[in-house]
Design a protein around this ligand. Structure first.
Ligand SMILES: [Zn+2]
Length: 316
């Protein structure tokens, strides 16, 4: 039986890096964003981080062959039939209809996940959700069997995904709550030509939702990971994460080389080969004082629980 290390967080906050760092702990497999595995497999040439096509990677070929035997159809031939995303776009006639339907679906799902007990959601989508939750766990178990590991890292980030996977096997889920300085995220959004104020407002809501959801997951094991600390002290953070998972200290050498792992998706850094980790603090020079003050004001809307959690984890 596998154990899942789930990275919850927001986009552009270092989840691929955390996935790889965690995957350097012996006994842990770094899998990338698992929610997209079937759709990525449906593109024949979509690359695994080992640089083989996903459909030809030795690990994923074996894993997919194993689950195909269990589900009774060839997942390689028809990956989209093997649903792992808990919300999936329906194939409608037009993109607009698809988008409207998906937005509605997401809104109802989010509302139900936040305000109602899980039973309500399961009542509505019981069959679909059960199948998808089962498909995820079947893949995690097959990875552990194939690679002789006990833990699989999934950096899909969505907290509701963690909640539903946890609802099936609560004792097997460990959540890493990845959090990055909102000023760094604001600068990152400017580089992507997004409105930093709108982005930061949205991120504060997302972070608050992550914390309230994980706190409502009964008996959940979770720990925060500060992105800045991960970059400035990857070995120390890895030691702490290993301890959180109940694993031995992996030592003081670390090699970040995504090609030695099999991440299915995530930041393009996963295709770049061996790299050094460095803390990017370019926001300090680039945010104007006015924008920085506005971002800091919005950031004060972060749930106090975050500050308490980070203070407990990183006592100064
Ligand atoms: Zn691979």
């Amino acid at each position: 039986m596998s154990k899942l290390v789930y990275i919850a967080g927001v986009g552009h906050s270092g989840s691929t890096l955390l996935d790889i760092v965690t995957g350097t702990i012996p006994g842990v497999f770094s899998a990338g964003e698992m929610t997209y595995l079937p759709s990525r497999m449906s593109y024949r040439k979509f690359p695994c981080s080992c640089l083989s096509a996903l459909s030809e990677c030795r690990v994923w070929s074996k894993v997919v062959a194993d689950v195909s035997k269990e589900v009774g159809f060839d997942v390689r031939q028809d990956p989209l039939r093997y649903r792992m995303a808990l919300l999936q776009r329906q194939r409608w006639k037009t993109d607009l209809l698809q988008d409207i339907c998906f937005t509605l679906q997401r809104a109802v799902f989010g509302y139900a996940m936040q305000r109602r007990p899980l039973g309500f959601i399961e009542g509505v989508w019981r069959r679909a959700l059960n199948e998808r939750i089962g498909n995820n766990w079947r893949i995690f178990d097959a990875i552990c069997e194939t690679c002789d590991v006990r833990y699989v890292v999934d950096s899909s980030k969505h907290i509701y995904r963690a909640k539903l996977l946890h609802s099936r096997r609560p004792a097997d889920v460990y959540v890493l709550l990845l959090i990055r300085d909102l000023r760094g995220l604001a600068w990152s959004s400017i580089k992507r030509r997004r409105d930093p104020i709108r982005t930061v407002r949205k991120l504060v809501r997302q972070y608050n939702r992550i914390l309230s959801t994980v706190r409502n997951m009964e008996g959940a094991s979770f720990t925060p990971v500060k992105y800045e600390r991960l970059c400035s002290d990857p070995i120390g953070e890895r030691r702490r994460i290993a301890g959180f998972l109940g694993l031995d200290d992996p030592g003081s050498a670390i090699e970040i080389d995504p090609t030695k792992h099999h991440l299915t998706g995530g930041n393009p850094m996963r295709m770049k080969g061996r790299m050094d980790i460095r803390l990017d603090e370019s926001w300090k020079e680039n945010l104007t004082p006015d924008l920085r003050a506005r971002v800091e004001k919005i950031a004060s809307g972060l749930d106090d629980g975050w500050r308490e959690l980070l203070a407990e984890t990183y006592p100064e």
